[in-house]
Design a protein around this ligand. Structure first.
Ligand SMILES: Nc1ncnc2c1ncn2[C@@H]1O[C@H](COP(=O)(O)OP(=O)(O)OP(=O)(O)O)[C@@H](O)[C@H]1O
Ligand SMILES: [Mg+2]
Length: 266
């Protein structure tokens, strides 16, 4: 991958370090209720949990889109809970995000979609370099060159995912975040996206990938570590093996459900 700034200067062992984070929207109920979570740099961490347990709210805190009611969130060594909007905007250049529905701009071609963040944040680059970078990101994401000038409506679901990923990679992020990347996809596409997450993660040493998923089996296939949330806390953090061996009732039920779903697929 072509190098662009901000440089990857952080060498600490945890890309994200969350201590006792609480969040209440109404001052009464806590959606996050004492989250402690250290996400190792260079690993794939999958965050799982039943619906409504606070996964997306946690992601928004990591991205600095929400501020906690209390607690500390360090991203690449920086405490982010007190940053102002300009500092947060700068920090966000070190993230790449892929949402459930790739959320492409419908009136732009594949390559224009990838050029968008470069035009926003890298006005210092000559136009030819931007185009070169965008083409490289699309190739990294496995999109065939013949599709580069197609609009989203002319592409398949899998191709759109690849473009969304290429756009997430545009600014050479150190942290890649996926919120429910495979929800609603058929098994074939699910496997393609899972494989894409792993191959993208491996493009560059030191990249940290965080995946929020309902899909326990995806978690087991791709994760170095898994964190399961329940009621705004981390119920269990461990390797996939730790989850299979866990005695915690809720973990056992979640694992059993995952196994059942996987058998149905076959
Ligand atoms: N902006 C908000 N204002 C008030 N409550 C919110 C807000 N955002 C989320 N919540 C509440 O926080 C709780 C956790 O929501 P969250 O979206 O994090 O769940 P989730 O684990 O991502 O669920 P799912 O698996 O369905 O995506 C829910 O009860 C939700 O209603
Ligand atoms: Mg969610």
């Amino acid at each position: 991958m072509t190098e662009i700034t901000p440089a990857r200067t952080f060498t600490g062992s945890h890309a994200i370090d969350i201590t006792d984070v609480r969040k209440s929207f109404d001052g009464k109920e806590f959606v996050l209720n004492g989250i402690d979570l250290k996400i190792p740099r260079g690993e794939i961490t999958v965050i799982i949990g039943y619906s409504g347990t606070g996964k997306s709210v946690l992601l928004k805190h990591i991205l600095g889109l929400l501020r906690p009611s209390s607690g500390s969130i360090k991203v690449l060594g920086n405490e982010i809970t007190n940053l102002d909007n300009n500092q947060l905007t700068f920090l966000r250049q070190r993230y790449g995000m892929l949402f459930q529905y790739a959320a492409l701009f419908d009136d732009m071609t594949a390559i224009e979609n990838v050029l968008f963040p470069l035009r926003e944040h890298r006005r210092d680059l000559p136009k030819s370099t931007m185009v070169e970078l965008a083409r490289e990101r699309l190739k990294d994401s496995g999109l065939d060159e013949k599709h580069f000038n197609k609009q989203p409506s002319e592409m398949s679901g899998g191709m759109r995912k690849r473009v969304g990923l290429a756009r997430a990679l545009a600014l050479d992020p150190e942290i890649l975040i996926y919120d429910e990347p495979t929800t609603g996809l058929d098994p074939v596409l699910t496997e393609m996206v899972d494989n894409l997450i792993v191959s993208t993660h491996n493009l560059k040493k030191g990249t940290t990938s965080i995946v929020v998923s309902h899909d326990l089996f995806a978690a087991f296939r791709i994760a170095d570590h898994v964190a399961m949330l329940d009621a705004g806390r981390v119920l269990l953090y461990g390797t996939p093996d730790d989850f299979l061996r866990s005695d915690i009732d809720l973990v056992k039920r979640f694992v059993a459900k995952g196994v059942h779903r996987e058998l149905e697929r076959k």
